[in-house]
Design a protein around this ligand. Sequence first.
Ligand code: TEU
Length: 548
Amino acid sequence: MKQKWWLERVAYQIYPKSFYDSSDDGIGDIRGIIEKLDYLKELGIGILWLSPVYKSPLADQGYDISDYYDIDERFGTLSDMEELIAEADKRDIKIIMDLVVNHCSDEHEWFQKACEDPDGEYGKYFYIVDKKEEALPTNWRSYFGGSVWDILPGHEDKYYLHMFHKKQPDLNWENPVLREKIYAMIHWWLKKGIAGFRIDAIINIKKPVFKDYPPDREDGMAGPSVVLSHAEGIGEFLLEMRKETFDKHQAFTVAEVFDADDLENYISEDGYFSSIFDFSTAMIGQSPLGWYDRQKPDIQTYIRTIYEAQDSMRGIGYFSNIIENHDEPRGVSHYLYEQSDAAKKALALTHILLRGIPFIYQGQEIGMENMDFSSLEEMDDVANMAEYEMCREKGCSPEESLAVIKQYSRDNARTPMQWTDTTYAGFSTHEPWLKVNPNHTEINVQKQMTDEKSVLHFYRKLIRLRRENPALVYGDIERYDVNPEVMGFIRTHDKKILCLANLSNIRQDVKLDTGIRDILLNTMDTLNKSKDILHLQPYQGLVLELEG
Ligand code: TEU
């Protein structure tokens, strides 16, 4: 497989609204990101993914764009963005932006014009259908609950389609004029010097035939995954987009694709994208009934799932590996049985040294945890309400329902970044838009900076180790599956490197087939070994160079 500039880099996702507030209005901004570039450089970051900063009413926190060519004033200005690109470049950090083109905002000029004249040019940018009798056009349920169909503003006799929130009308990719507009916008940004895109919700751009599909809940509706399973032919759009845009700039693209069974088409040398995220661990325990019925993963399943995902891409391409992102609970709260530093380090090891491109989500590097929200009012996300109602419908009390939402809400990942132990965690001097986790007095960047044994320092070491060892980037990966609660894998290239993480709270023995040449990393002070048996302490992580 060819060497690419992005393979040797570690990426970091910024959720701008919660990263760092330079203007003291309680909302993070682009100048705040510029101020923290040295922190990211020191961590070892080479790619920065910014969740959307475009002009937006922020109904879905920027994933509802009202102007693709401008920056929302709450995040800054276009010249701030240009400065960020230039400042990042000085530090050899590449910026990738979020490409949200399955839908735009209902406040985008295109949709406003479509509402003015649904039969005109802009009506064809969206999916608008005539109302027939009382029934909705199809039984499709949106991601955020309720039908995907809403009355087109000003036209009681028409519906428009939105797979997500009603303020996020879906763009009609069947229309070549719309596709051209999107490609022109992609060029415009790439010419500004960004290195590529994280591509949002892209599997939604191909719609199946507008008809009812088998319901997956008692409400008689079919959820998005049922609907999408009936769509055919997305590849034509994706290939066209690649050829018309990314190829011309050698751009790096990483797409949000769940469950691709034809990986070859997606991430091989000729695939639609440079990479796609591996969401397989995030999908453990998911249910068609939503969070109400979602099960917490157990460690053994977590380990097996990663092994299988890694096997599936062998010889094809590279996944982008995540523990968490802005849509998921904090990984250390979701996957681990305890939130000790030792456990957090063991989890980190299973992430950064896998084959693929590691994406760290802001705060992950200091071990930020889920937030103990005390009410729904304290929370913010549009996804919460439908999930809460589902719990109530199923007979949960308000307290039980809140307990479910707290566990899985996307707000967990969106609380402000914890920089210091002071008021508002040093994120802002103004009360932030979302509550700061009270544990910032213990978990914060400032404290970990000065502590060589901190989670933050461990992430730095892992990233450095990966940079210094081509085997950890280009090497093949083989499971070292000798104990169900110890994640083990061997990366082979110029060296043979064994990575081990005991993800349990008890001692675990691991038999070695080969001698140890060097200990590259150890999360504990000691290594207990008798003959060819390693005695791993609870949550011990090890990186060993093997002989031969
Ligand atoms: O997410 C798309 C997606 O399919 C889900 O992760 C979805 O957000 C989740 O199931 C809802 O609970 C992307 C973005 O990552 C997400 O933040 C946006 O809300 C969404 O697209 C719409 O743009």
